[in-house]
Design a protein around this ligand. Structure first.
Ligand SMILES: [Ca+2]
Ligand SMILES: [Ca+2]
Length: 102
């Protein structure tokens, strides 16, 4: 569902504690091309992300707001990939993270 309300770190969709597979679908249009999703890992784990997009003009980023200022600095982007269909695996310590598509 397209929404302008999830377009910043501080207003990200909160997925809560991630302990099992979660499926997310988002829709973008000319007025909304961003979506942030927030989740917490209760323990160290390998995060597996699979995604697909109807467009090739698509970036997915894994973010940790290390300094907790509500904005994304370059050093807070753990992973960034541009592809319409792909996946990645990232070992992460317990903590709160964000995924965004642009
Ligand atoms: Ca949005
Ligand atoms: Ca930050």
């Amino acid at each position: 569902m397209s929404s302008l309300n999830d377009n910043t770190l501080t207003t990200a969709n909160d997925l809560g504690v991630l302990s099992t597979v979660r499926e997310i679908a988002d829709t973008f249009d000319s007025t909304d091309r961003i979506g942030y999703y927030k989740f917490t890992l209760p323990q160290n784990c390998d995060l597996s992300v699979l995604y697909s997009s109807g467009t090739s003009n698509f970036y997915i980023s894994l973010i940790s707001d290390i300094n907790a200022n509500g904005t994304v600095e370059d050093n807070e982007i753990i992973y960034r990939q541009s592809s319409s269909n792909s996946s990645f695996l990232e070992p992460l310590p317990a903590g709160t993270y964000f995924i965004t598509e642009v």
